[in-house]
Ligand binder design. Structure first.
Ligand code: MN
Length: 240
């Protein structure tokens, strides 16, 4: 198998895991930057993530132009991914989702913050991008590069941004990490809503978040990945 073949199998697995863990449903997507061509990214054709297979992947340039789609229809919101890769050379994997527990934090003034050590990867400050601010009344879908670039600019150097009335975007330097963060953003949002009903919440400090993020590496990611692979019915691949 070439490096690309391995990455595509891994991307199928990421799609299935995100579906199995409730981060995506019929909608939402996960992509990787092309391992050999940093000016391209790889994304499934428009299909529910739990159904995605290797033959579904299309190569895109960073402006969202499909390069080898043939008759296959791309996702409308591919511009979220292209704009994040364009703005952030450090980013090699992107998830866009409508993860249910994060939605309330996008439509209220209650800020999503990590309160559990596993959730530190969401970052210190999870802001809410509102498409209304610049684009007015739309269908809320990020359906061109203008919107994608505005969202990527809002994300800045961050790891996670919420999208008002819509969902979230999560970025990372590697695929297993973006899946890990996406799952624990959903977990953290649910826990925060529960904790807030009980009283004043003590969140992780900035120093704690930074310390935890430094420790999130293969030891942690591979242990979670093996378990999530089993739950999603996918083989665990050894990566270099
Ligand atoms: Mn969406």
């Amino acid at each position: 198998m070439t490096k690309l073949d391995v990455m595509l199998e891994e991307l199928v697995t990421a799609n299935r895991i995100l579906a199995r863990e409730g981060v995506v449903d019929s909608f939402g997507h996960v992509t990787i930057r092309h391992p050999d061509h940093p000016d391209r990214f790889l994304m499934s054709r428009a299909r529910a993530p739990d159904c995605v297979e290797v033959s579904d992947f299309i190569t895109f340039s960073l402006d969202g132009t499909p390069l080898d789609a043939g008759e296959r229809k791309p996702y409308l919101e591919r511009f979220i991914h292209g704009a994040c890769y364009e703005a952030r050379p450090d980013v090699h994997a992107v998830v866009h989702n409508h993860s249910p527990s994060v939605i309330p934090f996008g439509v209220t003034n209650c800020k999503l913050r990590p309160l559990l050590h596993m959730c530190a990867s969401m970052g210190h400050d999870v802001g809410v991008w509102d498409s209304q601010d610049k684009f007015g009344d739309t269908d809320l879908l990020v359906s061109d590069m203008d919107m994608g670039r505005d969202l990527a600019k809002f994300l800045g150097p961050g790891r996670t941004a919420l999208m008002r009335g819509h969902g979230a975007v999560v970025v990372a330097a590697m695929l297993r990490h973006v899946v890990f963060t996406s799952i624990y953003v959903e977990v953290g949002a649910k826990l925060q809503m529960q904790a807030m009903q009980m009283g004043e919440v003590k969140y992780l400090t900035d120093g704690e978040i930074d310390t935890i993020i430094k420790r999130v590496g293969p030891y942690t990611l591979n242990r979670a990945w093996e378990n999530w692979c089993r739950r999603a019915g996918r083989p665990m691949q050894e990566l270099d």
